[in-house]
Design a protein around this ligand. Sequence first.
Ligand code: 5GP
Length: 206
Amino acid sequence: MSDQGILVVVSGFSGAGKGTLIKTMLEKHHNYALSISATTRAPREGEEDGREYFFVSRDKFRQMIEEEQLIEYAQYVNNYYGTPRQYVFQQMADGRDVVLEIEIQGALKIKERFPEALLVFVMPPSADELKRRLVGRGTESLEIIDKRLHRAAEEAAGITSYDYILINDNMEQCVEEMHQLIQMQHKRVSGNLDFIEQMKSELKKI
Ligand code: 5GP
């Protein structure tokens, strides 16, 4: 089987709980690496540069784009977000599956450039529950929450481009489902053509 790690894109409406899901999956199962994005958004309370994000100025972000340091980037609400190339490629070459927690425009760019990537969309059990979680989180103003809910409505139109949806009702169960999906992606025929070729040539020699 191929030793190369795969790219796993996890998207979901703001407040769907994807951050917690991913964090729990990484704690429970090893061999995953989480890509840390660059963003022009200001850090939230408790966020640290280089841990949640690389917090950069707009000028620095533009420079990263020009120097092709990002494998994708997108604008979300009032800020830019992008995935640094080097870490992702290094981790995949080392055999780790790299999780990108990114929004839908970026996800679609990844699918175009890396057709073998696995795209998962995390949904809350209902729209009401989504609003309740966003308000309960208390990290954004009501105006921004409103913008994020509008964005969720727009993003809903793009979900059919993803490979799987996961409903985040029971967190533990959802984590296991995500892990299983990723494990199955490793077994796809299209991701194992070298191994299949090797088996064919070995069989010929017997
Ligand atoms: P937040 O401000 O809540 O941390 O993130 C806002 C949105 O930006 C989320 O949907 C998150 O998944 C997405 N995002 C974070 N990093 C990236 C990135 O590198 N690229 C893209 N396209 N979206 C990102």
